[in-house]
Design a protein around this ligand. Structure first.
Ligand SMILES: [Zn+2]
Length: 213
């Protein structure tokens, strides 16, 4: 629906009025291309973690024997991986939520959690516009409080499984990093609003707004 908005349109949220500066909601072919791009970023983030970890291991002079484990171990690791990943996805969205609550002062009832089953995408969306500054904080917070600590622990313990987990967690932030990139030139006082998924489809992108005083 917000796809119909264009530059200069006026939108009301509560008592506040906003002008649309830019419609950054991707549709059709553009959306498909952006999803490919985000997946490419996700793969690059995994490669980046190993590009840091492998030289780190070599530097520490430790043999890489932990990658060789039996089939029984493999199943245990697989189960541990899926369990951790589910916990991470929930925690990741909850960190977005807390960030909107704490720094965006968004009321509870204006924050929506969910899962787009068709695309396996979890989300936490603010129903009221948040500033670019607040949005950036929310986008980065899962990396700061979840990804980097797990990665630091993984490196400190030189634990291959934790390194793999942290790499996968990092790749789960690819979409957030892509949003960060699209906001790189925007003033911190501009506003951002995302749309709720509809008919089992999530919208990729957001409207960039300016508050009318
Ligand atoms: Zn996220």
């Amino acid at each position: 629906m917000s796809n119909i908005y264009k530059q200069g349109d006026i939108i009301e949220y509560g008592q506040n009025r906003f002008t649309v500066l830019e419609n950054r909601i991707a549709a059709g072919k553009e959306k498909a291309n952006k999803i490919i791009l985000i997946n490419a970023v996700a793969i690059l983030l995994i490669i980046l973690v190993y590009a840091l970890y492998i030289p780190f291991r070599v530097m520490m002079g430790t043999p890489a024997e932990e990658f060789s484990f039996g089939a029984k171990d493999f199943l245990i690791y697989l189960a541990a991986f899926f369990a951790s990943f589910i916990v991470f996805v929930v925690a990741h969205e909850y960190v977005h939520y807390l960030s909107y609550r704490i720094w965006g002062k968004v009321p509870k009832e204006k924050l929506k959690f969910g899962l787009v089953v068709k695309s396996g995408m979890a989300y936490c969306i603010s129903l009221e516009p948040t500033t670019v500054k607040e949005s950036r904080t929310s986008l980065m917070m899962p990396i700061y409080v979840l990804v980097l600590p797990v990665m630091a622990l993984a490196f400190a313990l030189q634990n291959g499984f934790l390194v793999f987990l942290s790499a996968m967690f990092f790749s789960g932030s690819a979409g957030d990093l892509w949003y960060m990139w699209t906001m790189r030139k925007d003033g911190r006082d501009k506003y951002v609003i995302e749309n709720m998924p509809k008919n089992g489809e999530y919208e990729l992108g957001y409207l960039l707004l300016e508050k009318i005083n």
